[in-house]
Design a protein. Sequence first.
Lengths: 277, 277
Amino acid sequence: MHGGLAVVGVGLLGGSVALAARRRGLGPVIGIDRDADALEQARRGSLLDVASTDLTAAAAADLVVLCAPVDRIADLALRLAPACRPGTVLTDVGSTKAAIVAALEGRLPPEVAFVGGHPLAGSEKQGHPHADADLFVNRRVLITPTPATAEAAARRVESFWRAMGATCRRMTPQEHDRAVALTSHLPHLVASALAGTPPPELAGLTANGFRDTTRLAAGGAQLWSAIFRSNRDALLDAVGRFAERLERFRAALEADDAAALEELLQRGRRNRDELLG
Amino acid sequence: MHGGLAVVGVGLLGGSVALAARRRGLGPVIGIDRDADALEQARRGSLLDVASTDLTAAAAADLVVLCAPVDRIADLALRLAPACRPGTVLTDVGSTKAAIVAALEGRLPPEVAFVGGHPLAGSEKQGHPHADADLFVNRRVLITPTPATAEAAARRVESFWRAMGATCRRMTPQEHDRAVALTSHLPHLVASALAGTPPPELAGLTANGFRDTTRLAAGGAQLWSAIFRSNRDALLDAVGRFAERLERFRAALEADDAAALEELLQRGRRNRDELLG
């Protein structure tokens, strides 16, 4: 058999990819994970057709979606690719792209392609029990081919995501990382810094505003530490830009300047409206 | 007639107080607003029994809830109180308490009481069409009596909010302002600074994380400028504490220190869990 889909890493995202693909008839779906118990649960929960703790079992598929933490994706691709048949396409769902793409460019067998991908969908929840067959519906997936990427491979990945209900947009790995540093990694960092600020004695004195503003802080610390580090330069730049805006608020407050505060608040509101389209 | 409830300022909060009170049989409800059209809509929408643009119409009630912006509440109380009968209790829903309580202490007729209140409930939405009869159910209302407050007046306000489904907690106006600077005003300021950071060209590259983290930035700029200014010292302190945590993230990222980043992320997550109880 050579066909169907393999998902490497059956957590929230991998489980959702598997479930969404099976529900849409894109199977059979092979699931690979190091955690044999979680894998067996996922298989019994109808997320997977075949489950294996052996990475090379993924070589039976012609499309492999790597759903591991960002600091493990390139290594998995390098280990898996030699076992794959010609024409196999590897892609991923990692939150950063430049480091992964650079680590793989020119290092895979000539007829095995890697195309970077990043669905702008997720959750602070973790684990396949939270898998959602519609997680990608009406979401955008950023695809990051390079001049060395075979066009057919990029199209294969795009048609897969479209079949999952998503829309695709191509950009370079570097453009991708600079953009999501501002739109995703910075919000995560800010949410976490904010969540750590009020002393715990203030328990019971928060409202929905605090809950929502800090929701991202509930995400996995290891996962996000790896994401931050793999997008370090762009994220440091984003933190700097945010710190400048914060300083403008501080200065306006220090000066008790009503007009400046209102203008800053209005700019936040308008910019948000533009960004959310 | 002397009895029932008056709501001064029929926006989202005032409209919700009115609707919630009528649904729970705590009426009749007199609604006061400067905007005659909005008021008439609210009356036709069954939020109010009586509507008036004349502030002193509120004097017919024995409990008056001032639902105006924080910088107008004390003035409304000072103008209304001389028209009130002995035994009338005035309260409010303002997001800051120290300035309002200080502006009224010792300045009202002896048999008219003011008790500061602040329901930890709200929305970035504005206007009575978004009024919600259950906005206060299972929410906490912070009540800020002072040593000069008649105990019966504080109890009257507490029993009102309990009848609306809320629980009450007493604290001093100063304790209140220091606490909400960290749990409410800081999150609003941070959400707004974050919402203003990514350039608008990144429209379409945001996910739910950005939307939720910046939700508060959709709130009214004038309302929040006034809230920030009336809690200036405590908010400046809160911004300073947040900036310190942000700087720790920046330094850990600059040093590419995985352990430090993970610890910071974990602290955010744990502290949030403690705060949300």
